[in-house]
Design a protein around this ligand. Structure first.
Ligand code: ZN
Length: 323
């Protein structure tokens, strides 16, 4: 009995050894075949005189692989950059502008729009919004779009790049973006060259993000000007846009107050000063915009209201122009 058991064990052992060695043989065969196939593709045991012809092909393959690696590397880099920049600035675009950039020559000749023909008795008003683009700018743009009006936004150069999409939306909506200086400094306290820089850098920034030359006018911060500001404006070819109705929305953060104040004073040819950085102003516009239109006013841009402007002159309304 014990002999039979031992015999069975020996048979099992031998079978296992046989199977194992067979597998090993197959594996060896596979290992052997693979390099043969590979060499058939690449070189196929070349004769000595053929090696010189084969080598470039091998090198070319190596080069392609390397190129692919590089391409993959670049793609990953782009993806990484895109991911990282979703909240900031895409790498393909210039960096955030925190200081005025170097002045650039105008990319395109400035075309001053001719004053559009206006029917007798048609009432025009220019709503203007300073200090943005801000949190409520898009809301005001949506109101203008919905009711069929336009406005002029006097923007700060320092905000233009980071708020570039809103600036583009302004142009697309039919409104316009003009400069309100780069830093919102009181320009009467600056040297003449600094005043010019505040105007031209902001204009260049608007041109840069929209591709459209901004209007040839600006609004000085606080409405502050003196002879030096007027001289600088004239030299850079910009008119100075003031206002004849000041909503005082920055002081009275009350939509009812702003609404009453503007509706009581609205008149043909007026330029109305507001700020698109206050919630109460946007709230007041929900009633002001449709009601002005209902009263027969056409809400136009400053460019449309004034037509061609003269550099260095002060425009308070369509009818009040001061040198
Ligand atoms: Zn301002």
């Amino acid at each position: 009995m014990r002999k039979i058991k031992a015999g069975v064990l020996i048979i099992i052992f031998l079978t296992a050894v046989c199977i194992f060695s067979g597998c090993a043989e197959t594996e060896e065969a596979a290992e052997y075949i693979e390099p043969t196939l590979a060499s058939e593709i690449l070189i196929d045991e070349p004769a000595q005189d053929e090696i010189m012809q084969e080598e470039p092909a091998v090198q070319a393959i190596a080069f392609i692989e390397e190129t692919e690696e590089k391409t993959i590397g670049t793609t990953e880099k782009i993806e990484e950059t895109t991911r990282a920049d979703t909240t900031t600035v895409p790498a393909t675009e210039p960096p955030v502008l925190t200081e005025p950039p170097e002045p650039k020559p105008a990319a395109a000749p400035v075309i001053i729009p001719a004053k559009p023909p206006r029917d007798n008795g048609e009432k025009w008003i220019a709503l203007t919004f300073d200090d943005g683009p801000g949190r409520y700018t898009q809301q005001i743009l949506d109101l203008l779009e919905y009711h069929g009006g336009k406005a002029t936004f006097f923007v700060l150069g320092a905000y233009v790049w980071n708020q570039r999409q809103i600036i583009r939306n302004m142009i697309e909506q039919g409104s316009e973006a003009a400069g309100h200086s780069w830093h919102h400094y009181n320009l009467t306290e600056l040297e003449e060259q600094e005043i010019k820089d505040q105007i031209t850098y902001t204009d260049n920034a608007i041109l840069h993000v929209t591709g459209v030359p901004p209007p040839k006018f600006f609004r000085p911060p606080f409405g502050a000007y003196d002879d030096a500001v007027k001289d600088a404006a004239r030299e850079v070819g910009s008119a100075i846009i003031m206002w004849n109705i000041d909503s005082r929305d920055w002081r009275h953060r009350n939509a009812d107050y702003i609404y009453d104040y503007i509706m009581e004073r609205a008149e043909n040819g007026a330029i109305i000063l507001c700020h698109d950085i206050h919630e109460t102003t946007a709230e007041a516009m929900e009633r002001i915009i449709p009601e002005l239109i209902e009263q027969g006013y056409k809400l136009v841009t400053v460019s449309e209201l004034l037509g061609e402007t003269t550099p260095g002159l002060l425009y308070y309304s369509e009818h009040r122009i001061v040198s």
